[in-house]
Design a protein around this ligand. Structure first.
Ligand SMILES: [Zn+2]
Length: 48
């Protein structure tokens, strides 16, 4: 029996394929799930 790994959401930033770390409140796109690198200066709503 293989180990089931629960894969979290992925960064929704264009061209980024990193696992998501946080949900940010984007002024144009609303809540976006992104990685730490893509979170930038946006307000973090919660961790993923
Ligand atoms: Zn990213």
């Amino acid at each position: 029996m293989s180990t089931a790994v629960l894969e979290g959401p992925w960064c929704s930033a264009l061209g980024c394929r990193d696992p998501a770390d946080v949900v940010i409140d984007h002024p144009e796109h609303g809540h976006r799930t992104v990685c730490d690198d893509c979170a930038g200066d946006h307000e973090v709503v919660r961790d993923v």
